[in-house]
Design a protein around this ligand. Structure first.
Ligand SMILES: NC(=O)c1ccc[n+]([C@@H]2O[C@H](COP(=O)([O-])OP(=O)(O)OC[C@H]3O[C@@H](n4cnc5c(N)ncnc54)[C@H](O)[C@@H]3O)[C@@H](O)[C@H]2O)c1
Length: 431
């Protein structure tokens, strides 16, 4: 059992803290957000994440999990300090490391000898060395403090499951003894453990996300092509997926990828490629296809509305970047909502988890608490997030509520045959 500090109580930090406490470690989780820390200390979870509530409750009652304000209040007592703070996209596409740098400066004076600082945030190649340098400059006894890269691969919506049953754990460290100590934190998980150099560990994270984004853009491009040759992309994906070299995952076309990782991580990798003089036109194409896919959804809505969006009322179902999360960061649904409003549409949206927050992110967007209310008088209904509950709604009621029975199913979630039988005009993606 080890003493662990986790800095940042967001999607990654809170999951890391709760899961490590569940595995038996004593964990202090720090955030700068006082309200968040106060709520967490009472067992109130600020994010939607399956299974997290139970683990936080368990950690608090066993006293293996505590929450504090301020990184230095957690780091001083820890053998391992996980950095789980944001690394958002900067103006030039690079990863903004200022949160990481601030934390490194803050914790440097309090780190105890033998402590290991672990970069779990997604950080570009060179960041392990950067953190080492900042710690040294800010007063840490660097010959006695280790730094390792340990990128996180969890998916929002299944973060607890992913953390506790990872496909692999990657540890990048120059010092084998430090790498072994970090690996021991995860020993009970029984996962493949890859110990490598820091640069390779950092690149593994970016390469993985860029590859997944590539799969999505590739399938979106194939879907668009399917539409022109009258093929069904779902059949195509099935036939492709049986090939074990391809696999079934990430073959679903849709409105384009989004969320807090793929857009910023592809941008940061492109930035790194530019900096090193490599022309990564393949990845540029992936990003371009994604941008155009958002636009294509706007075009589909416009066509369903009769050629113009001006003065047209649109209902949206789903605002989060995917189902089973409350995360709205870089959500394609919000990009599409913004574009529809720009073209003069009146947009009413419903989402099971996003709530009123979405309205503050898109000027003019009206968020309603009921999927049927969103449809009242609308000329087109666009399903933008694959929430399962949308499948089971009463489509006779939807038909009666809509001003015009036209549906864009941007996730291929609904049954086109059943909808067409009811009299809907149905438009999917690639079918
Ligand atoms: N969200 C994901 O699915 C995911 C998956 C893998 C990796 N990552 C990476 O993990 C990192 C964190 O992502 P996230 O989604 O958890 O972010 P998040 O915004 O949900 O959480 C970050 C937390 O850090 C806190 N914070 C900021 N500065 C701080 C400071 N100085 N001291 C203490 N706390 C501070 C914030 O208040 C916030 O609660 C990013 O680099 C991201 O790319 C995210």
């Amino acid at each position: 059992m080890s003493d662990v500090a986790v800095i940042g109580a967001g999607y990654v930090g809170l999951t890391t803290a709760a899961c490590l406490a569940h595995l038996g470690h004593r964990v202090t989780c720090a955030d700068i957000d006082r309200e968040r820390v106060a709520a967490l200390s009472k067992g109130e979870i600020p994010i939607l994440e399956d299974g997290l509530q139970a683990l936080v409750t368990e950690g608090l009652s066993s006293r293996r999990l505590t929450f504090v304000v301020g990184a230095e209040n957690a780091a001083g007592i820890a053998e391992f300090v996980f950095l789980c703070v944001p690394t958002p996209q900067a103006e030039d596409g690079s990863a903004n490391l200022s949160f990481v740098e601030d934390v490194a400066r803050e914790i440097a004076p309090v780190l105890r000898p033998g402590a290991v600082v672990i970069n779990k945030s997604t950080m570009p190649v060179g960041s392990t060395r950067l953190v080492q340098r900042i710690l040294a400059e800010a007063g840490a006894a660097i010959e006695e403090v280790g730094v390792a890269s340990n990128p996180e691969f969890l998916r929002e919506g299944s973060s607890v499951r992913d953390f506790l049953s990872p496909n692999r754990v990657v540890i990048g460290c120059d010092d084998p003894a430090v790498a072994v100590r970090v690996s021991e934190l995860y020993r009970s998980l029984n996962a493949p453990m890859l110990v490598t150099d820091p640069a390779s560990a950092e690149m593994i994270k970016y390469a993985s996300n860029a590859f997944l984004a590539t799969k999505i853009s590739f399938m979106n491009a194939i879907a668009n092509l399917c539409e022109t040759v009258d093929a069904d992309v779902r059949e195509v994906a099935l036939g492709m997926g049986y090939d074990q070299r391809i696999g079934f995952e990430f073959l679903h076309p849709g409105p384009g990828y989004g969320g807090s990782c793929f857009p910023k991580d592809t941008a940061a990798l492109l930035y790194a490629a530019r900096r090193s003089g490599y022309d990564f036109s393949l990845l540029e194409g992936v990003v371009e296809v994604n941008f155009r896919q958002h636009e294509r959804m706007v075009e589909k809505v416009r066509n369903l509305a009769g050629g113009t969006l001006h003065g047209v009322s649109i209902a949206l179902w789903g605002l989060t970047f995917k189902a089973n999360t409350d995360d709205l960061r870089d959500s394609p649904a919000l990009v599409i909502a913004r574009r529809l409003i720009e073209e003069g549409a009146k947009v009413q949206a419903y989402d099971p988890a996003a709530g009123e927050r979405a309205a503050t992110l898109v000027p003019g967007l009206e968020v309603v608490p009921d999927p049927y209310v969103a449809c009242e008088g609308a000329h087109v209904l666009a399903v933008l997030t694959e929430w399962d509950e949308f499948r089971w709604l009463d489509f006779d009621r939807v038909l009666a509520t809509l001003g015009r029975p036209a549906v864009l199913d941007a996730r291929n979630l609904l049954d086109p045959v059943a909808l067409r039988r009811r009299g809907f005009t149905y438009e999917g993606v690639g079918r």
